[in-house]
Design a protein around this ligand. Structure first.
Ligand code: PMT
Length: 414
């Protein structure tokens, strides 16, 4: 529920603006108060009157309105909210947010706010995948803006792909994940007070400025684990390699490229209680990445690539010492002898648990929605049924909560 929460909804100019009307209705059903700011372009798609009728509040649009500025003011609008939601977040408003423009009331409020911001992108697939939008979204993510969607699907412009705004119920769920977890009763937040780091996605190791070594990890499993731990009350830092999925709401995401950067980000998180290393970290990197593009010349033999080992993040976090997290969980991605290799990996890396999964192409684990895992601990091997990655994450987070809830001596005896 969102009882007593105040949402400032910024409606920009896209065809998906009609969904914002439904969003207001659903937010109010959940107990939130909604106040709307509409851009000039937004007002071409939905009328301020509709927003006003559904929100039962004034709708703000004019930065130079003497009445608005004296009664409310653009700073006050953001001060009075618990969360700013930009829906639809068009390519245009994302670009203006990324460059810090304050050219109308909506962008001025977004620039002036110190409140969390959730953006629900909606645009044509080519606009979403354009390098400019990709860079703007990356910039905004780095600055802490949360994103929900966009979804894949058919669009009003007769194209298909990512760009559809998330459905109102998905946006409401993201808002609840951002605003409501702190209000869940303590028995539903067994990890409250615990700090966790989760690594997710692939790493990218540069060969030269245009080529890199990487793998097929999508980040779906690692991101789901980060969300599941946050839902149980943990304070989570997600360290993500380059992925195409959105940052989960309700936690901190740090974006990195290489294994070196991933390790540095994990260590920068400071003292933690839980580490879950679900990232598919490249074992090797180019020994000497070229500073400029390696040119192909006629008659030239292919260049040889000298590799050197990357730091092992899981082994580093597992090292004993006062800073060691109480529980370190690694993953094992294997294509053969899954369980035997994973048991061996648990010992070599010094972690407490290993979640073993088959990454042969037949299993479809990389990038897929489901996973079949085996949980390996000092107590033995548990075979879990095939589940959605979200469910694997929830079950793993539940096990982590159980483990950390145990009296220290029982846990140490294992
Ligand atoms: O991202 P998805 O598409 O959802 O796919 C999920 C997944 C298959 C990537 C995930 O479930 C998974 O198995 N992640 C670990 C992949 C991996 O790198 O496994 P590994 O067996 O090579 O490494 C073992 C462990 O050591 C892992 O916890 C890994 O994060 C860690 N490692 C590996 C190398 C290295 N240099 N540093 C590490 O920390």
């Amino acid at each position: 529920m969102l009882n007593g929460k105040r949402i400032l909804l910024i409606v920009a100019g896209g065809i998906a603006a009609f969904k914002s009307l439904e969003l207001i209705r659903r937010l109010r059903e959940r107990g939130a108060a909604v106040r709307c700011v509409i851009t000039d372009a937004g007002a071409r798609f939905v009328t301020p009157l509709s927003l006003q009728a559904l929100s039962e509040d004034r709708v703000y649009s004019d930065m130079f309105s003497l009445t608005d500025e004296s009664e409310m003011g653009h700073i006050q609008l953001s001060r009075d909210a618990d969360l700013l939601v930009v829906a639809p977040a068009t390519a245009n408003i994302l670009a203006r947010m990324a460059t810090g423009m304050a050219d109308e009331l909506a962008t001025t409020v977004l620039l002036a706010t110190d409140k969390p911001v959730l953006a629900a992108p909606a645009m044509n697939v080519r606009m979403w995948t354009h390098a400019a939008t990709v860079a703007n979204v990356e910039t905004l993510r780095r600055r802490g803006v949360h994103f929900i969607g966009p979804n894949d699907g058919a669009m009003a412009c007769n194209e298909f792909g990512p760009g559809r705004m998330s459905e109102p119920e998905e946006i409401v769920a993201a808002i609840e994940a951002m605003l409501a977890p702190a209000e869940r009763p303590p028995q539903e937040r067994p990890l409250a007070g615990k700090r966790a780091v989760v690594t997710s996605g692939p790493t990218r190791e540069a060969i030269d400025p245009v080529r890199y070594i990487s793998n097929h990890s999508s980040g779906k499993q690692g991101h789901a684990i980060a969300s599941a731990l946050a839902a149980l009350g943990a304070d989570v830092t997600l360290v993500s390699g380059p992925v195409a999925i959105a940052d989960p709401p309700g936690l901190r995401t740090v974006h990195v490229d290489s294994a070196d950067q991933m390790l540095a980000a994990c260590l920068a998180a400071g003292r933690i209680d839980i580490a879950v290393c679900a990232a598919a970290v490249a074992d090797w990197k180019a020994a000497r990445p070229a500073g400029s593009k390696i040119k192909k010349k006629a008659g030239m033999a292919p260049p040889s690539l000298e590799l050197t080992a990357n730091p092992d993040i899981l082994a580093t976090l597992s090292k004993s010492g006062p800073q060691r997290p109480a529980l370190v969980v690694g993953f094992a991605a294997e294509t053969e002898n899954l369980v035997a290799n994973a048991i061996d990996k648990r010992q070599r890396k010094g972690c407490d648990w290993i979640v073993a999964n088959d990454v042969s192409s037949a299993a479809g684990t990389f990038g897929g929605e489901r996973n079949t895992v085996h949980l390996i601990s000092a107590e033995g091997v548990e075979d879990w049924p095939t589940m959605a990655k979200d469910d694997v994450a929830l079950r793993l987070a539940g096990r982590i909560a159980l483990q950390l809830g145990r009296p220290r001596r029982a846990a140490a005896a294992e």
